[in-house]
Design a binder for this molecule. Structure first.
Ligand code: DC
Length: 232
């Protein structure tokens, strides 16, 4: 563990399946910081929309979602058994359900809606008000915490990211083909980069990490070096 009286905000943005959450969780543990997966929040809203039949053929019933948005309450609780932060939607643990393909295939249609983003961003900023937080997502360094002390922008080749995601899902016994995953990764990249609301882009003051050829330890050593520069 690294000890320092100075607490900072670490914003980790980047493409889907670029390894943001693995790195974010590991550095949060070392620093004894809170880790927040902002993508899980957009996934939880997507699950809510799917359950309420608000998404049909990739079209979101925005009017109805807007009416219901204040009925969506998302929070995170630490599971004492596996020591992981799990996502709750209106007090129900949805951690597993939000990782399923149906949610992955629809989340971009929800995360491009302005009023959804506004609500999520406000909540994310509240969670970071006392610093000592690592948050990963797409707009954390650009919109949520533009003053974060450390901003990382992560990337890796689409094929490498799809392979990682494929292995992860296979491990969790999810039946899916590599081609399907690769297509989903590329489609999400395109939507994330071209949407009007907070498109995925590198913050000018972020540090870029392409981890196509780096293992976990190499990435961790790299970020620890950057953290030390900022807290000492
Ligand atoms: O990181 P992830 O794949 O779980 O994110 C799910 C989706 O949510 C992804 O399509 C991008 C979107 N997202 C976003 O728009 N802004 C964030 N801060 C985090 C995720």
């Amino acid at each position: 563990m690294i000890k320092s009286d100075k607490k900072i905000i670490i914003a980790i943005d980047g493409y889907s399946s670029s390894g943001k959450s693995t790195l974010a969780k590991e550095i949060a543990k070392i620093l004894n910081y809170k880790y927040i997966d902002s993508g899980a929040m957009y996934r939880a809203v997507t699950l809510f929309a799917l359950r309420n039949n608000l998404i049909q053929n990739h079209e979101v019933n925005e009017k109805k979602l807007h009416e219901l948005i204040d009925k969506i309450h998302i929070n995170f609780k630490l599971n004492p058994e596996n020591k992981r932060q799990e996502t709750y939607l209106n007090n129900e643990n949805v951690e597993e359900e939000i990782r399923k393909m149906e949610v992955s295939n629809n989340v971009s249609f929800i995360s491009k809606i302005g009023f959804v983003r506004k609500k999520m961003v406000r909540f994310q900023q509240e969670m970071g008000s006392e610093k000592g937080i690592v948050m990963d997502g797409r707009d954390i360094g650009t919109v949520v915490f533009p003053n974060a002390e450390l901003k990382i922008f992560m990337n890796a080749k689409a094929e490498v990211r799809a392979e990682r995601r494929y292995l992860e899902l296979k491990e969790n016994n999810v039946e899916v083909s590599f081609e399907e995953i690769l297509e989903n990764v590329k489609k999400r990249d395109h939507i994330d980069e071209t949407r009007d609301e907070s498109p995925l882009k590198r913050a000018h003051d972020s540090v870029e990490l392409d981890n196509s050829n780096l293992n976990r330890q190499e990435q961790l050593d790299w970020i620890i070096g950057l953290v030390k520069e900022r807290i000492n």
